[in-house]
Design a protein around this ligand. Structure first.
Ligand code: AMP
Length: 553
């Protein structure tokens, strides 16, 4: 029986050491001793997840629930807990400190197991509707009462998805490879196909990695496109070979699985979003085959796409879902098929997959438009057509390429508006001025640099009043520190920013600054793992005709 205390003891040692190899060694040695089921849970929990990827619901335990339980357990006031919080900026460590002082409550209890923790998390997830908040609190309280300080710390870290032990997915994959004597490359490949790191650990433990296949109703990672700057660059890269030129649809990337009467829709982050799109489910049911399709759900009316923002209300499924459906009718533009009636097609060339897709798309399932292009002029002309028809740009695909889950390769390249945008994460916020006085509406944002984040600019324009209000609520909940003037915000909110150019600048720690940044949209579909990195910034900077070096002016 995998004990939770042994697991958390290992994670604490992983946290304390800064060397990556040592982290991998500690975790792999621990995992080697687990059975398949415990290996699944350990790998999942170690990456800060409480449920399998692709599940529709989560535990929904937030900061306020945890604070409430903590206050109830210890008799401390919110203010007193807050004081400890300021010391660490990490709720897990707060809980550890506070509960370690109350250790005697756990002395006569049986120690927790990984499986029991998983069962409690499931119970929290299942609690829904009226009274659910109290039920969730009850489950959390019961767990914390049985936990020692270190265990309590990690329970909270998993529930808040804030591990902060320097254990990115890649290192857990390495530990799995090492623990079960498998080569790193095949672990990586299988990880991308499987989507969920827990399932990966389980299959590796059972020695079944080579047998992993695509499976209906289990999401796989999406194939991604590499950005290129101009039509000429694209034509030159492919040496004039014919490409599939598709419109770049602006909606929600979606993988639709159908098996008999059952239909599931998964988002790009592999979350289940089926309930948000009943008409897509209906349309899927009307198709006679079983399948896994890839495409984009687009709000669409009278022959034209509608603004992407209209989908937000449907995704959140908040009040008045019927009205949201009427306001934003959708079509599913499918551009790929990975599995058809039990036949795995994902390694076949795109031209064959496209042919199969043509045979089944129907009704609200529209086949994405596709035109063969090979020269720079043809790419440019199709790009213009896409823009005048209300689309975002183009995705150009090599018709000979297989579908590679989770990879951003050059088999698919994207061409957006000339004016580029970057996906960045908000790391700080301030009160605005003028019309926005009193509202937290100036955002400081960052791009990725290896495993750290580097600030690249600040923006305040582009959001509607309603969006600013929504952002305020989120930013307050994610504030790590507030000095009255500047809030440091947990990096979670991804926004897409447009700008006129990039310049070198000593103002931010990235060494670059965006000129005239404005928020194009909030990217709820993206997480910290999806933001652009500093290489992308450098690439855009280098490709600019006029390179401004602020320091040299
Ligand atoms: P971006 O979100 O700007 O990084 O652009 C990549 C995204 O474009 C993909 O993740 C898809 O959601 C979306 N997309 C829109 N149309 C297509 C298409 N025809 N083929 C592939 N991806 C597409």
């Amino acid at each position: 029986m995998g004990s939770f205390s042994e697991f958390t003891y290992t994670l604490d040692r992983v946290r304390e050491t800064s060397g990556k190899n040592e982290k991998v060694r500690l975790l792999s040695e621990y995992m080697r001793g687990l059975d398949a089921e415990d290996a699944e849970l350990a790998a999942r929990f170690a990456t800060g997840r409480s449920s399998v990827k692709g599940s529709a619901d989560e535990t929904q335990i937030g900061y306020s629930t945890i604070m409430g339980v903590l206050e109830g357990l210890t008799g401390l006031s919110g203010r007193e807990v807050g004081r400890v919080y300021v010391k660490y900026g990490d709720l897990g460590r707060v809980v550890e400190e506070i509960l370690s002082a109350k250790k005697e409550t756990t002395l006569f209890e049986e120690t927790l197991t990984l499986k029991e923790v998983a069962q409690s998390f499931e119970a929290m997830t299942r609690a829904k509707g009226k009274g659910s908040s109290d039920m969730k609190k009850g489950h959390l309280k019961a767990l914390l009462l049985r936990a020692n300080g270190v265990e309590a710390k990690f329970l909270v870290k998993i529930l808040t998805k804030e591990m902060r032990i320097g254990l990115v997915d890649g290192l857990v994959e390495e530990a799995i490879a090492k623990a079960y004597d498998t080569d790193r490359a095949s672990v990586r490949e299988t990880a991308l196909l499987l989507g969920d790191i827990g399932l990966l650990a389980k299959r590796a433990r059972l020695g079944e990695l080579s047998g992993v296949r695509l499976e209906l109703m289990r999401p796989t990672n999406f194939m991604l496109a590499e950005p290129m700057q101009t039509a000429e660059e694209i034509a030159a890269y492919f040496e004039g070979r014919p490409l599939d030129g598709e419109y770049k649809y602006d909606g929600v990337r979606a993988q639709v699985h159908k098996k008999g009467e059952k239909v599931k829709i998964f988002s790009r982050r592999l979350e289940e979003i089926t309930a948000s799109f009943p008409e897509v489910v209906e349309a899927a049911r009307s198709i006679a085959y079983d399948f896994i399709l890839d495409g984009e759900i687009v709000p669409f009316s009278k022959g034209s796409p509608l603004p992407f923002q209209l989908l937000q209300r449907r995704l959140r499924r908040i009040e008045n879902f019927e009205a949201a459906m009427r306001e934003a009718p959708v079509l599913y533009f499918c551009f790929d098929i990975l599995l058809l009636d039990g036949e795995d097609l994902h390694q076949r060339p795109l031209r064959e997959r496209r042919e199969a897709l043509g045979r089944i798309a129907a009704g609200a399932f529209r086949e994405a438009s596709m035109k063969k292009v090979s020269t720079g002029e043809e790419v440019e002309a199709l790009f213009r057509l896409s823009r005048t028809s209300g689309y975002e740009g183009l995705v150009l695909k090599d018709p000979e390429s297989p579908y590679t889950p989770g990879k951003r390769g050059k088999s698919w390249v994207k061409l957006k508006e000339e004016l580029d945008t970057l996906d960045v994460v908000i790391v700080g916020a301030e009160l605005g001025h003028g019309k926005r006085a009193g509202k937290i509406s100036d955002y400081t944002f960052a791009v990725r640099d290896g495993e750290s984040l580097k600030v690249i600019g600040k923006a305040y324009s582009g959001l509607t009043d309603k969006e600013i209000e929504d952002m305020m609520v989120k930013i307050k909940a994610l504030t790590i520190e507030d000095d009255g003037y500047f809030r440091t915000v947990k990096p979670q909110l991804v926004i897409e920013v447009a700008f006129d150019s990039i310049q070198r600048s000593g103002r931010h720690d990235s060494g670059f600054a965006l000129r005239f940044p404005r928020i194009k949209r909030i990217r709820e579909d993206k997480g910290l793992g999806d933001i652009d990195n500093i290489q992308e910034v450098k690439k855009v900077f280098e490709s600019q005709r006029v390179k401004v070096d602020e320091e040299r002016r």
